[in-house]
Design a protein. Structure first.
Length: 336
């Protein structure tokens, strides 16, 4: 079993819950699956349950009656291992941390961890990420982020002035609801409800880097905001249906890559493949296509037809660029 993973913290809570139950009384495979799904996603359960029941992780033993018992009898609170602390120390060196913690706070956290970083973050170069990401180390950016985080926690309104993607200046009273990070764009974006005369008007998406100023609002709003429901209304009418073959750890990589998307995944036993339906915002379609292309032959986009056509167009353009580069290189060689 892997010592530590930064990807799915809920996986460890799910496994701990299974072990706690299995240490009190033997459990069936169906009960294990039920406990895991209570603590994590269905997609994650597809990975965890077979690892537990097959013995790969050596945490459960199968009894003669087909039930499973924990190999340990006592469950305790586990302290952070040196590997965990070293990984957290490396994360503290990430430039994005500057937006969430002051220099003094980062120093205090580093002293508490009391270890060297697991790796040098400066030696890692992300591929396929926008080069104009947010300026996380900018003091103004950090100050605005903290105000927004506090407004989300306290459920208070802010008067925000920002520049939209079209270049239009926008200002108004907003109720900040949720922050989301785009790995492709390397930017934070805010989902906020525009409020006017005490009523919710529409859900706005605001890039934090485009916010010029903000201050407490004089508006008020006493209603509830179903951010997930509103985003579902904004999502595509037909999901992207993807067929995936679990080669080279493809399933885990796929779940990580699309962890921010709503998904429905099922295993096709007869074909030994997975079928995943991804629900996405139409405005995120270019990013979705780029992410799908990165998996190469281990996936196949089945529908919708319009999205399949766009994927084929992208592949054709890439092939043309590669062919053009090879032809130019060949002509240059002949001239020499």
């Amino acid at each position: 079993m892997e010592h530590f993973s930064e990807i799915y913290g809920d996986s460890y809570r799910a496994v701990a819950a299974v072990l706690a139950q299995a240490s009190r009384a033997p459990v069936s495979e169906q009960e294990i699956a039920g406990i895991v799904r209570q603590h994590t996603s269905d997609e994650n359960a597809l990975y965890i349950v077979p690892k537990l029941t097959s013995g790969d992780w050596q945490l459960l033993r199968r009894n003669d009656d087909g039930l499973y018992s924990s190999v340990t009898k006592h469950q305790g609170n586990l302290p952070l291992t040196h590997l965990q602390r070293a990984w957290l120390r490396a994360m503290l060196e990430d430039r994005r941390c500057a937006a969430f913690f002051s220099e003094n706070e980062r120093g205090q956290i580093a002293d508490a961890l009391d270890c060297a970083p697991l790796y040098d973050t400066q030696r890692i170069e992300a591929v396929g990420v926008s080069s104009d990401g947010d300026s996380y180390d900018n003091s103004g950016y950090s100050a605005r982020l903290r105000i927004i985080l506090n407004a989300i926690r306290q459920r208070t309104l802010l008067y925000i002035r920002y520049t939209a993607g079209t270049g239009r200046k926008v200002s108004g009273d907003f109720l900040p609801c949720r922050l989301e990070y785009s790995a492709k764009d390397d930017k934070l974006r805010l989902f906020a409800m525009f409020i006017r005369y005490g009523k919710a008007v529409f859900l706005a998406t605001v890039n934090l880097g485009r916010i010029e100023s903000l201050r407490p609002s004089r508006e008020h709003y006493d209603g509830e905001v179903d951010i997930d429901g509103l985003r579902m209304q904004m999502r595509c009418s037909e999901p992207a249906v993807v067929e995936l073959v679990d080669r080279r750890n493809a399933l885990e990589r796929f779940m990580l890559q699309f962890s921010s998307y709503e998904k429905r995944t099922r295993y096709l036993d007869e074909e030994d493949k997975y079928l995943c339906s991804i629900y996405y915002d139409p405005s995120d379609e270019p990013e979705l296509l780029i992410r799908l292309l990165s998996f190469g032959p281990v996936i196949k986009l089945l529908s919708p037809a319009a999205l399949v056509d766009k994927l084929r167009e992208r592949i054709a353009r890439q092939w043309e660029l590669i062919s053009s580069a090879e032809t130019t290189g060949g002509d240059s060689d002949r001239q020499e």
